[in-house]
Design a protein around this ligand. Structure first.
Ligand SMILES: [Zn+2]
Length: 309
């Protein structure tokens, strides 16, 4: 059995999959916040829950915000900041009595969709998270490509390329820098743009509803979002040239994006000085952009599949 855990901001979800990828059990609990020891106990509890209910033992993979530094094993880059600097992998190995695999949630999305989702059968799948945060992950032939320092696919804290007027230096990010892609391309960034423009706080889903009703401000916020997301993906195309992008997170449910972002990627656009160019260094762009087939379950399935050979 493959046991996967998705370590979310508000909930931790566990899943048990048999070797064919069929779901045996699923369970969720609130994420213990700001308490490292309670976090370890919560993982142990979730694994126990699955193993008691199924009567089987399994391998354990965990998708989390941030990632372990492969040299030290210490967690870094997590917005669950009480994990940063902690030897989470070693502590979980000891607590569970078996080796545990940890990966960034973007990598889990990519693995899940590469194994049996929207990128099934494709060699290079890039998962893009458009949720509370903006991040990415790469799956090569169905396996997580973590990179030398475990940073592969970490697009969210790259600065927005080809900044347009008013975008530089950009909003301050929780990581300490300004103008990170996360501040523009996450669902949070989308809401921030609307709030900055109007002075009114609305959920992303409400702004999308307004845009569909033809509200000019919401349309403008959405158009900027499409353009910024296209710039983020253009970087990845030039560097990795994936076979497919699979989008996850709340904004991935906005169906118009699957028409509008490819159009923007192929369009000639004014990148500052009035001269029109394409975002991708090519005469055309055909990279498919698809919604995660497993939706919100992609993270937890990908975590389980970290052990799939
Ligand atoms: Zn940042």
């Amino acid at each position: 059995m493959y046991i996967g855990i998705d370590w979310g901001g508000t909930k931790m979800e566990v899943i048990g999959l048999n070797v064919l990828g069929v779901e045996l059990i699923r369970h969720r609990i609130p994420t213990p916040r700001e308490d490292y020891d309670a976090s370890i106990r919560a993982v142990v509890e979730l694994v126990k829950h699955v193993e008691t209910a199924t009567g089987e033992t399994g391998s354990v993979g965990i998708g989390l915000p941030g990632s372990p530094n492969p040299r030290t094993g210490l967690i870094r880059n997590s917005n669950a900041f009480w994990l940063n600097g902690q030897p989470l992998g070693r502590d979980l190995d000891a607590a569970l009595g078996r080796p545990v695999r940890l990966a960034n949630d973007g990598n889990c999305l990519a693995v899940s969709e590469a194994v049996d989702g929207a990128g099934a059968g494709l060699d290079v799948v890039v998962g893009i998270i458009l949720g509370t945060g903006h991040g990415g992950g790469i799956a090569l032939k169905g396996r997580s490509h973590n990179g030398f320092q475990g940073l592969a696919g970490e697009i969210g804290h790259y600065s927005l390329p080809w900044p347009r007027e008013g975008e530089y230096p950009g909003p301050k990010c929780w990581c300490g820098r300004h103008g990170c892609l996360e501040m523009f391309c996450s669902g949070t960034g989308f809401e921030l743009d609307y709030r900055t423009t109007t002075g009114i706080s609305r959920k992303a889903s409400e702004v999308i509803a307004l845009k569909r009703a033809g509200d000019a401000t919401a349309v403008a916020v959405y158009d900027r979002y499409v353009d910024r997301l296209a710039r983020s993906l253009a970087l990845i195309i030039d560097l990795v040239d994936p076979d497919v992008f699979v989008l996850g997170g709340g904004m991935s449910n906005v169906d118009e994006l699957y028409d509008d972002v490819p159009k923007q990627l192929s369009a000639r656009t004014n990148l500052w000085d009035g001269e029109e160019s394409r975002l991708v260094f090519s005469d055309s762009v055909a990279t498919p952009i698809r919604k995660a087939r497993h939706g919100d379950s992609s993270g937890v399935r990908g975590a389980a599949f970290l052990w799939k050979e």
